[in-house]
Design a protein around this ligand. Sequence first.
Ligand SMILES: *[C@@H]1O[C@H](CO)[C@@H](O)[C@H](O)[C@H]1NC(C)=O
Ligand SMILES: *[C@@H]1O[C@H](CO)[C@@H](O)[C@H](O)[C@H]1NC(C)=O
Length: 470
Amino acid sequence: MGTLLAFRFALVFVVFSVLSLTVTSSSVPAQDLQIVSAERRIDLTSHIVRIFLTLKVENTGTSPASEVLLAFPPTQVKHLAIVKAAATVGKRKKKSYVPLAVNHKVLPDAPNEAQFFSISLHNPIKNGETVLLEVLLVLTRVLEPFPAEVRQSESQLVYYHDSAIILSPYFIKEQTTYIKTPSAKVESLTRVEPTNRVGTEISYGRYDDRHPYSFAPIIVHFENNSPFAVVEELVREVEVSHWGSIQVREHYTLVHAGAQHKGVFSRVEYQSRPAFSGVSSFRHLIAKLPPRVHSVYYRDDIGNISTSHLRTDSLKSELEIEPRYPLFGGWKATFVIGYGLPLQDFLFESSDGRRYLNFSFGCPLAETVVDKLTVKVVLPEGSKNPNAVVPFLVKDHLETKYSYLDVVGRTVVVLEKENVVPEHNSPFQVYYDFNPIFMLAEPLMLTSAFFLFFIACVAYLHIDLSIGKS
Ligand SMILES: *[C@@H]1O[C@H](CO)[C@@H](O)[C@H](O)[C@H]1NC(C)=O
Ligand SMILES: *[C@@H]1O[C@H](CO)[C@@H](O)[C@H](O)[C@H]1NC(C)=O
């Protein structure tokens, strides 16, 4: 009995240790990579933070490595709008970039709940080989206004939190970080020697031989009066009509997401000394629209807003809009922009005979974050089997829309994405099948409506005449 119990114990113990072995081997990332050199450039000149990382990664292990991990503090991950990576091939003038797939990766037992993105290499690196990687990170809503409230005449100051040492699951032999601020007005910064500041640039490092997961928290407190333009919700409706045009309607809920406005707003002061009054507010916004745009309108709940200017050339159109009042911290404006576009610029036929719309995803307003973007592509009546091809992850579903001349309704492809930045303004496609017989549906409806009207008139006249006679 006693021996049996001991045996069971041993068995449980063996099973347990095997389990824990497999868990650790899958959770602790491969340590046979090291970063020979790392350079990080953090651009804080806008409210959207962009980080450019250049990593020279070496395989010091025996087996070939096909993935490189990027580590992030858990608080940063939800602010990440873009993680892009490319391998650099060739040198100097012959340099080119090969885009690489990047995926979110969950590893249990990561130190301090660090989160990971895994970069998949096209060509695995063997022992002693290196690969040069360029990484772009785009972060939103990470600049924290401090003070949280400012008066009309005050400048906006913000905090930026990070680590002076790059968080990484790998040993880093040498690294330097450069931070660019919008102006030389830096209230304070955490020093992790060597730290330097010249004009609008702060440098951290060079730091040598840092162990995996090294971290040195820093705070930079600086002036940033760039427009904190956030669209809380944007619904773009792109309606395709085979009768020659594309109609676009965009509904915006725009907010100034910087420090809250404090005190009363003085329009007199604002207008008489615009350079000193309302530095943290914004007035004008630029919407980048396609060339050959026509029938542009800009309106809100009250009606048309006349303060907009359209400049077009053969490559692009720029619509400058101005809400009815300047936007201060926390203030909102809701408005609609609408325009028409020539069908032949956006509708094509694929090699397998399907039709497709090739349009730009994202928000036309320059340097804007969209919390929630919905793109609705309204296909012509009679379209079948639609499928959307978007170069990043989106949620999608189908809806049906009826307008007054429709017989069976129009298929609407709905695409949704959160945390959208200008880097998401890339082309996407919606493919569909179309039976040209439906081209006749609308005119048929029109003729039959006209015919019914005619009958009604005749009948009315007839009745009228008969009344007249009696
Ligand atoms: C608003 O602008 C549109 C397009 O320019 C125009 O058709 C409409 O008549 C205008 N409405 C008013 C009330 O001015
Ligand atoms: C979509 O349009 C862009 C240019 O706006 C072009 O570069 C791209 O090749 C087009 N894609 C397809 C599938 O037609």
